[in-house]
Design a protein around this ligand. Sequence first.
Ligand code: BES
Ligand code: MN
Ligand code: ZN
Length: 511
Amino acid sequence: MEWRITKEPLDKLAVDGVVVVHTQEEESLKGCTRVLDEALDYRLSQLVSEGEITGKYREVTLVHNWGKIPSKRLLVLGLGKEEDLDLDWWRNGMALAAKKAQEAGVKQLAIGCFPPHLKGHTSTNHSLTPERFNSADWVQAVVEGIELGTYRYHGYKTEEQGNKNAIETVWLAMEGVSESALEAGVERGGAFAAATKTARDLANDPANILTPSTLAMRAREMAEKYSLEIDILDEDRLTELGMDALLSVARASEEPAQMIVLTHQGAPESEKVLGLVGKGITFDSGGIQVKPGRGMEEMKGDMAGAAAVFGAMEAIGRLKPHCNVTAVIPACENMINGNGYRPGDVIGSFSGKTIEIQHTDAEGRLVLADGISYARRLGATSLVDVATLTGAVIVALGHTTTGLMTNNDEWAGQVKEAARLAGEKMWELPLYPEYGEYLKSAVADLKNEGGAPAGSIQGGMFLKVFAEETPWVHLDIAGTADSKKEDGIRSKGATGVAVRTLAQLAVGFGK
Ligand code: BES
Ligand code: MN
Ligand code: ZN
């Protein structure tokens, strides 16, 4: 998809489709919508008075041009009530409009919205002016909405590859937004959306194709493209370093474990290093405590945390923010053979701590333990790990909200602010010391699981031990990493959740 900025008036633009907006409880059409209404001899006003266009949030009304304007189609996007409007509604609304435009065969799409929309607004409540939204953020949301709303996973069908109906060019026809805000929004939105698509593609790919080694290969290609430093630790080096936790999980698989390290040195003068760690289990069978058969195919997506970190590094490589970022992706399969780790085993870890295996299906925290310790060794001063860690987080928060846990409220505050800007919902679960009881072991420093209660918190408590005193946030994305249905910017299958939060965090980390 190509993005262009234009000053051409909407009623003169030779495109296939134009998106304009309308809010609820508005007596008359405003701004761009009004310009088109006039060009169409007030047919839009008529549709409003007939109740066909209500401005209700998520409503997209497709109308024709009656031979009055060059654009063949016109899409009126309902935004709901002005006072409820936030960036995320924009993002998702734009996704809905783009989907509808694409279905109608629109290849050249124009977006015409306020600020001009507000011109002549008689009410004193100018809540939609760029003071409420930073206009670059707002343009960014438009770009992300359209790019992500029209995403499709291509897969491996031998016929019908590619999307014949894909939107080719989007024209931003937004008066009243400075050129620099438009350019910044397009650049950042383009990078964030592309990175999210990368993460979706990775997590949607099947486990026989996306093995730890192919993930490492793709990371190498990405790093070369965007000039990131990369180091891939093979099993010999992992053994030398004593990454016993990662290697124990990998032991029952034919696929060798890989530890992928990507580095962005954007502020060499600074001591601060943002450390990102992503769970990269390319397939999780559960190990000898094997998962039920039905639904196990979903465990090809157990590397969604790795995909989020991978995607965020792609965006960081493109945008080159003024900060240092070190990403660590411990990747392996959790499979079953005669060499696999067993419940009751005591294993070591890169940190030196010993771990009693209580459950072979609690493998994510083991590979993350070594990933977190290694990120600290490489100099990370603030950490975020991202993982499809527990089914329990789905019970607690469902599929809309990521579980957030931390050892440092201030750092968690920064992550939450980045998530808010990205429109990714996160909710904190507590890591009170009392929960440590569950992980006490009679034979090792701790065990990897302690029975049914507080399942997600147990995962957090385990990881907290390895984060030690480094400010750290754990994001449990088991519920949000994939979606059963398409909705707004969310696609069916992998969602690419956390990519934009992490990328946003990196952009803010330099400031
Ligand atoms: N990968 C799973 C968690 C998961 C469940 C992700 C559902 C996505 C959807 C993880 O490795 C796991 O198996 N967790 C166990 C932990 C338990 C054994 C302590 C779980 O949630 O049952
Ligand atoms: Mn598991
Ligand atoms: Zn898992």
